[in-house]
Design a protein around this ligand. Structure first.
Ligand code: 2RA
Length: 389
């Protein structure tokens, strides 16, 4: 409990009762405890302090996973307006604890009754779990911000990147989908260009970190790398189709009959939905690389009218969420190790297409666990609150 000092003391009609109010706060939480003495009986109520605007009771579902852990740290770091916070996970993780704002909190096994009384749920579960839990949480009155693929292409569910389509939050019916990591960083970079030059076609190749496959993906890279260096037997691939250490794997998620993977088609469909442009063409190739965290993308965009690298630089130097690192003479360009732990989408290596004045190429890097997942979800929640929803 984060109650602070007694700072106000009210006495109403002494014949009827007495209110004693304690107001406590930390960087994250500001609460009031009202104890009312009413005809010989004490009633105690703990609620967000009246002086605190629009604080929310937040649940983090999947709190012990790779993305869930980052969500928890972001709620701490960003002084999110919390009235309370509850950590939920599968029964397997229940009983463990999470340290939040200096205090240990239990991880509670998820069940429908645990959603009651929550305003916002940041959810990072497999899609099969989200199909059950997200509607149940919405029925209980919460807005679920779901990081799985379960709802992204549902036409009744907004798919949101706050720098691109914050207005879509307004028509949510209790579930808001968080896009796939490889899509999020790309659309943050594309939005200002699309608004001014109208992008017709995107050719993108991704270089995706193993953290996109969760803790098990990171452990697989670690174990295989150590074994190869030590000259001991290399653990067999399990999360990835082939060994990932000192290698690249040209498959993320399952193949479709077309020969594209599901990860690649997410980039096609999600980009169209977020940008609100069903005509935009996306040609993706998604590759897993032996990088621990932060996805990189090589992107070519073809616009309706001429665009130069300087035009793009002018827009990106002043675009929300974008950080320009583009000075090749001084070897300045983004890289995944430098982007690790950062919030921005980094853009550099901006070049003119060698044959097409309407097209440019660039290199785009972002922390896939932060902007590609947890941070985007927390920003959706912040935008929801800012829009008074
Ligand atoms: C990956 N895009 O990198 C996935 C995670 N959402 O595997």
């Amino acid at each position: 409990m984060l109650l602070g000092p007694l700072i106000r003391h009210q006495t109403e009609d002494s014949k009827i009762g007495m209110d004693v109010r304690f107001i406590g706060h930390s960087a994250q939480i500001r609460m009031s405890l009202t104890a009312r003495h009413d005809f010989g009986e004490w009633r105690v109520e703990l609620k967000p302090d009246e002086g605190t605007r629009n604080v929310k009771r937040v649940g983090v579902l999947g709190a012990s996973g790779a993305v869930g852990e980052v969500m928890v740290r972001l709620l701490e770091q960003r002084a999110f307006p919390l009235a309370s916070v509850k950590f939920l996970a599968s029964p397997r993780s229940a009983g463990k604890t999470i340290t939040f704002a200096g205090e240990k909190h239990p991880i509670i096994a998820v069940s429908d009754k645990e959603f009651e009384g929550l305003d916002i749920i940041l959810s990072s579960t497999p899609a099969s779990i989200s199909k059950e839990t997200s509607p149940a949480a919405a029925r209980a009155g919460a807005v679920v911000i779901d990081n799985s693929s379960a709802w992204r292409m549902d036409p009744t569910v907004p798919l949101v990147v706050p720098e691109v389509n914050p207005q879509d939050i307004d028509w949510n019916k209790g579930i808001i989908a968080n896009p796939n990591c490889s899509t999020i960083q790309m659309v943050v970079a594309l939005k200002p260009i699309h608004d001014k030059y109208k992008i017709k076609r995107i050719v993108v190749s991704t270089y995706q970190a193993v953290s996109g496959a969760g803790q098990k993906g990171m452990s697989e890279l670690d174990a295989q790398t150590r074994a190869l260096i030590a000259g001991t037997p290399e653990p067999a691939p399990s999360k990835f189709a082939h060994p990932i250490a000192f290698n690249c794997v040209a498959q993320i998620d399952d193949f479709l009959d077309s020969g594209y993977t599901k990860e690649e088609m997410k980039m096609v469909y999600e980009t169209r939905k977020i940008m609100g442009d069903p005509a935009i063409q996306v040609q993706p190739t998604c590759i897993r690389v032996p990088v621990v965290n932060s996805h990189s993308e090589s992107i070519l965009i073809e616009c309706e009218r001429p665009i130069t690298p300087d035009d793009a630089r002018a827009l990106w130097s002043n675009s929300p969420g974008v950080c320009l690192q583009d000075d090749f003479r001084n070897r300045q360009y983004p890289d995944p190790r430098s982007a690790d732990g950062r919030d921005e989408v980094f853009v550099g290596r901006i070049r003119q297409d060698l044959g097409n004045p309407n097209a440019i190429l660039f290199w785009c890097v972002s922390d896939n666990l932060r902007k590609g997942a947890a941070l985007n979800a927390v920003q959706i929640a912040e935008t929801l609150i800012a829009r008074g929803l």
